[in-house]
Design a protein around this ligand. Sequence first.
Ligand code: NDP
Ligand code: GDR
Length: 345
Amino acid sequence: MSKSAIVTGISGQDGAYLAENLLDRGYTVYGTYRRTSSVNFWRIDELGISQHPRLKLVEYDLTDMGSAIRLIEMSQATEVYNLAAQSFVGVSFDQPITTGQITGLGAAYLLEAIRTVNKDIRFYQASTSEMFGKVQAIPQSEDTPFYPRSPYGVAKLYAHWLTVNYRESFGIFGTSGILFNHESPLRGREFVTRKITDTVAKISQGKADILELGNLDAKRDWGYAKDYVEGMRLMLQHSVPDTYVLATNRTETVRHFVELAFAQVGIFLEWSGREENEIGLDPKSGKTRVRINPAFYRPAEVDLLIGDPGKAERELGWKPTVQLEELARLMVTADVRRNATGWSF
Ligand code: NDP
Ligand code: GDR
């Protein structure tokens, strides 16, 4: 009989790639989504798996204990990947309580259901480098102290520690993956890389004039989402539950990613001005293509993230395979194609 796994947040970037990965390996995947008047499955449609006979789409409320128990019972799953979350850091400052309920407590309902129904189920919690926030060491590893800088980071820290606590208190196979930023053509457009690549594609086709951004100096360790979902899978195949960092160990500024993306369409930006007055100019056309909009600044920023994936490399054999230059190319290419056909999510 094929293995069954639950993937919460099937409509998101990682949910879609993880489902694809597990289906390819013969799993039956129970992918959960939230009830809305019109559910959007564009990512699993784009991957061509939405009609897969072993993909079961299940409506699921992350904050309903009964739903959690029924989901675990009905699916007979042996692995649960908890990916669903209010995952946008910026929004969490405006919606801290909802973020806590979904991103934090959402994990608690699943852990309680596992504890109640079947303690042998393996649980993966989607933890984040945002828990390091105001970083206490460079690079950040599993041993670096946490200091979250947003309600999102705080909520994720609750879910992380609860996973560790259920491991230690109840012997549950609870594993926490502390993943650094990972991107792809399936990234949501509210996140900075995809906002950049989508706008660059539109500018290259005369469909937009300018890209407005917040803090260009923030530094992130960006990897490729498909590599990272494989890391999640490997964590649940390991002999013992644990905590692992997945990262590339390279950090770059938002400004650098902007340059990489524009270069893909033959625009080599020149920067002038400082801070809120900084602009990125296309010297060929003489047009300003990048401008700062303070509305995109955050009340508290995470300035620099760079992860040490050494433990995952040693114990899981995991390695990132895609460099940032290639990632920018993949994303701009996808957005150029989408925008050319008038389709753009
Ligand atoms: P996405 O934002 O692309 O996907 C989030 C998923 O959660 C979507 O399926 C979304 O559904 C669902 N969701 C959001 N709010 C609710 C809600 N109220 N009830 C039910 N479902 C909800 O995130 P990613 O795929 O990028 O990330 C996956 C997980 O990994 C998240 O938990 C994220 O916080 C975490 N993470 C991500 C990193 C990254 O760089 N991508 C790095 C580290 C951690 P809908 O489509 O309906 O909105
Ligand atoms: P992040 O990703 O907050 O790191 O969280 P995001 O892409 O939103 O921001 C990265 C950095 O870019 C700066 N920035 C902007 N960000 C957005 N979204 N829009 C802008 O216009 C803009 N201008 C500058 C931000 O200030 C920030 O410094 C992501 C999410 O996927 C989380 O769920 C995940 O946990 C972490 O990555 C790891």
